[in-house]
Design a binder for this molecule. Structure first.
Ligand SMILES: O=C(O)[C@H](O)C(=O)CO
Ligand SMILES: [Mg+2]
Length: 274
């Protein structure tokens, strides 16, 4: 059974953030994820989860100055103290929300990064992830790392599957896992089912979207029914985060998820696929 989580940073944006929980539950979701919880008190988020009987399945560590273009701290030399504070803050929220996964964004390489700079980022990344995994293990939480495509996020330090698998191997923490976003993998490498099979033991969370437009999964070049079939046959018991920008209204675009328990609006516009 595929368990779908609504990404409330992208879905149901027709509503104010705290109202998106009820909208997601009404549409058949049983879990939610989003980028960052930190603009809200933990208790307000916990109340929204409880009122709609939803699980909090994932959110990100504080990413540095997002509005200034920063995209995570984990690999940034010289920002280790800030990263450690981010881990503590994220785990405070994870405990309050009973969330068992937090995503540590890697950060950006300088545009002129040479091999020495890359090596410094790599060493910082490993040390920071060791700290994060150790702290997260104390509260039963997983830390996730996610390769992100460099078309959407130029310069992002972690962009390929093999790189992520090597980092997981080097750190060697059981609760450090892969956030396997099929949208990013398709943009960078393709070969999705083989990547899924090879990396299955390391996966802590999966996310989906259509490619190339990052709309609903039934738009674009990925045939998700085959992905879902392989996930079922592999016995995947985790969550699948729906991290896409609806092409129209969120509820109208949920037809693709009907067989997985979602309830699209009846008044769904007819639309071409693509
Ligand atoms: O963008 C993504 O795919 C990641 O999941 C994320 O949370 C950072 O933007
Ligand atoms: Mg993602």
């Amino acid at each position: 059974m595929i368990r779908l989580a609504a990404n409330l940073s992208m879905l149901f944006t027709e509503h104010a953030f705290l109202d998106r929980f009820a909208a997601a539950a009404d549409a058949g979701f049983h879990g939610v994820e989003y980028l960052f919880p930190y603009a809200h008190e933990p208790m307000a988020l916990k109340a929204a989860l409880q009122e709609s009987d939803l699980r909090q399945v994932l959110f990100n560590l504080p990413p540095g100055d997002w509005d200034a273009g920063e995209r995570g701290l984990a690999s940034l030399p010289g920002r280790e103290a800030e990263f450690r504070d981010a881990v503590v803050e994220a785990l405070r929220y994870a405990e309050a929300l009973d969330c068992q996964r937090v995503h540590a964004m890697a950060g950006l390489l300088p545009a002129d990064a040479d091999a020495v700079v890359r090596a410094a980022h790599h060493a910082t990344y490993l040390n920071n992830l060791r700290f994060a995994a150790n702290e997260a293990a104390k509260v039963g939480c997983q830390v996730l790392i996610e390769p992100i495509n460099t078309r959407d996020m130029p310069g992002y330090f972690l962009s390929r599957q093999a790189q992520a698998m090597a980092v997981l191997e080097a750190v060697g923490a059981d609760n450090l896992r892969l956030q396997f976003d099929l949208y990013h993998c398709q943009v960078m490498e393709g070969d999705l089912i083989r990547h899924l099979e090879r990396q299955f033991g390391a996966i802590g969370h999966i996310q989906i979207a259509g490619v190339p437009q990052r709309h609903e999964p039934d738009r674009g070049e990925i045939h998700y029914p085959a992905i879902f079939e392989r996930l079922e046959s592999l016995g995947y018991a985790g969550w699948v985060g729906c991290e896409y920008r609806p092409a129209g209204g969120t509820r109208q675009g949920l037809e693709w998820g009907r067989e997985h328990g979602l309830t699209p609006d009846a008044a769904r516009n007819t639309r071409s696929n693509g």
